[in-house]
Design a protein around this ligand. Sequence first.
Ligand SMILES: *[C@@H]1O[C@H](CO)[C@@H](O)[C@H](O)[C@H]1NC(C)=O
Ligand SMILES: *[C@@H]1O[C@H](CO)[C@@H](O)[C@H](O)[C@H]1NC(C)=O
Length: 98
Amino acid sequence: MWKGVEQGFKNPELQLKSIDISSNNLSGEIPKEIGYLVGLVSLNLSRNNLRGEIPCEIGSLRSLESIDLSRNHFSGKIPSSLSEIDGLGKLDLSHNSL
Ligand SMILES: *[C@@H]1O[C@H](CO)[C@@H](O)[C@H](O)[C@H]1NC(C)=O
Ligand SMILES: *[C@@H]1O[C@H](CO)[C@@H](O)[C@H](O)[C@H]1NC(C)=O
C-alpha cells in the first residue's frame, strides 16, 4: 500500500519494490547500502526510532515514487540528491529534527 492505494506487482522481476517496516521500534541509522535497492518504488520507515542523517545514497533510488520517513529522530540536512528522483510524488519527513 502506498499513497493510500493498494498496488500489485505484475512483472516477474525478482526485484524488491516496496519496503514497509513502519510502526515498529527500529533504532539506529539507515544503512548507506539502501542505495543498492535500485528497484525500490516505495519506502516507508515512519514511526520508528531511527536516527542519524538520511544517507545521500537514497538519491540513487531513481524509481522511488514515495518516501515516508516521518516520526523518527533523523537529524542533519535533507540530502540534495533527493532532487534527482524525478518520479517522487510523495515525500514525508515530518516529525524529525532535520
Ligand atoms: C506509512 O505507514 C504508516 C503506518 O505505519 C501509514 O500511516 C502511512 O500512511 C504510510 N505512508 C505512506 C506514504 O503510505
Ligand atoms: C523501543 O526500543 C527502546 C530501545 O531502543 C526501548 O528502550 C523501548 O522500551 C522500546 N519500546 C517499546 C515499546 O518496545
